[in-house]
Design a protein around this ligand. Structure first.
Ligand code: KG4
Ligand code: ZN
Length: 341
């Protein structure tokens, strides 16, 4: 299908890869006309984490009202939509299928092109959406519940992963430490909040692999926190949280800045749920700025899962590669450089 992509091309995008049902309408790849996110956090909180079966059912219940709300908020008629996109991976297979099926159905009924989007690529576009003045090459720190990657973004669709976690993702470490301290789920926002009242130097937790290339590791830090709490049960959670967070943020800042220096980046961009973290944001701005880099911090709404970033990535992929066939599937283990087909 030949398809012309312009500044007035309107994309409806759907995101259902994990525990947020989201829909958004974006024009020209960066003009967000609407962005609706329905979170399932309250539903999963009592289980202490996302339950895949429960997530799929909740997506099924929310998907139609969320799409309706996105169209209503954008104030357009469905006939104005030029293409329909959905996250095709990575993520939970049952959850992904709800969004992909909804998007394909709408594309078929409206006779518009469909495009499956890589969720990781979309997280990179969240930063660009909020700051269109950013120039390549960029180094993007992508830190979420499932991924921790330092990425060299040379241009649209042109990525090299410079470093990644060799064990737990940063968000996973936050969630596991919070669960151990009985702080609830998801752990990142709680630790972020209570850490601001604690002493980040109360315990000097280990900074793993600090001088070892660009990969990171958080599993030893998590064990070290658990051992420390066992041996010092009287110590306050706020000091533990602040000290744990100081170690995570120290490593992420040091490695990201080192990567930016190595590739001669024009700027540093944060992406993914953990980039909503207050301390990571302030430290990366300060340390990145001191090292001479422009540091782009997407708004908190753009850091966590949303469909506006899916629409932005879809617009760029439509421009470079064109639409996909309707037999494009859902791919739970999709890698950053892989294009869903
Ligand atoms: O990107 P995201 O919404 O979903 C995934 O694709 O994984 O990221 C969710 C992760 C969770 O681990 C959550 O604890 C973490 O992001 N997170 C935070 C904060 N807000 C969310 N971590 C630290 N500080 C925060 N403020
Ligand atoms: Zn995500």
């Amino acid at each position: 299908m030949s398809f012309e992509v312009t500044e007035s091309t309107v994309v409806l995008a759907i995101e259902t890869s994990c525990d947020e049902t989201a829909a958004s309408i974006v024009m020209g790849g960066n003009d967000v006309l609407s962005s609706i996110v329905s979170s399932q956090i309250d539903i999963h909180a009592r289980f202490g984490g996302v339950v895949p079966e429960v997530a799929s059912r909740a997506h099924l219940e929310s998907i139609v009202p969320v799409i309706d709300a996105a169209i209503a908020e954008a104030g357009i008629l469905p006939s104005r939509i030029d293409a329909v996109a959905a996250t095709a991976g990575p993520g939970l297979i049952g959850a992904l299928l709800v969004g992909v099926s909804a998007a394909k159905s709408l594309a078929l009924v409206w006779d518009k092109p469909f495009i499956g989007v890589n969720h990781l690529e979309a997280h990179l576009y969240a930063g660009l959406l909020d700051d269109p003045t950013l120039e390549f090459p960029l180094v993007v720190l992508l830190v979420s519940g499932g991924h921790t990657m330092i990425i060299h973004m040379k241009g649209h669709g042109d990525y090299t992963v410079l470093g990644r976690t060799i064990d737990d993702a940063a968000g996973e470490a936050y969630d596991k430490v919070a669960r151990y301290l009985d702080l609830g789920y998801p752990g990142g926002p709680v630790i972020d909040r209570i850490a601001s009242e604690g002493n980040p130097h109360a315990v000097e937790f280990p900074r793993a692999m600090m001088h070892d290339g660009l990969d990171v590791s958080f599993s030893g830090l998590k064990t070290s926190v658990i051992n420390h709490v066992r041996k010092n049960p009287e110590m306050s959670n706020v000091d533990i949280a602040a000290s744990f967070q100081a170690a995570v943020v120290d490593v992420l800042c040091a490695k990201t800045i080192k990567a930016a220096q190595q590739v001669g980046a024009q700027g540093i961009v944060l992406g993914g749920g953990v980039s909503a973290n207050s301390f990571l944001r302030s430290e990366m701005s300060r340390r990145g700025g001191e090292a001479g880099f422009k540091v782009a911090l997407p708004s908190r709404a753009m850091c966590t899962d949303n469909a506006a970033m899916i629409a932005a990535a879809a617009w760029h992929r439509l421009k470079s590669d064109g639409p996909r066939e309707l037999d494009c599937g859902a791919y739970p283990n999709l890698k950053l450089a892989e294009v869903p087909r």
